[in-house]
Design a protein around this ligand. Sequence first.
Ligand SMILES: [Zn+2]
Length: 133
Amino acid sequence: MSDVSEFPYLPLEDAISAPFWEGTRNRRLLIQWCTQCHSFQWYPRAICISCAGDCLEWRSASGNATINSWTRVHRSPAEGFVPQYVIARVLLDENVLMLTRLVGEFADNPTCDAKVTVKWQELSDGRALPVFG
Ligand SMILES: [Zn+2]
């Protein structure tokens, strides 16, 4: 089973996602919080998906999540991705869904409803991707 040893490209960073990426440099999982309707959201956006307001701030997520769904990738979708690996949708304790990759024992035996915590897949520029295991 291939764990994530090297990520094949550097994800794009823009003005909206920059605070998230900066957080990953310190291995902090930041997600947006709407101060108007009091809800979290993932992924980073310019406005709140619940109330369409723009009163968004960044807050640290607990890093705790539950596996909601998963699939094992058997064929490489692009150059540099080495199968097999497990893509999962996890529900953060903050009640937002995140698409991620499972690592460790959960990559070998993924189970829906299992509790997982954030780990970090390092990128070559100092940022990191949140993965779970
Ligand atoms: Zn809102």
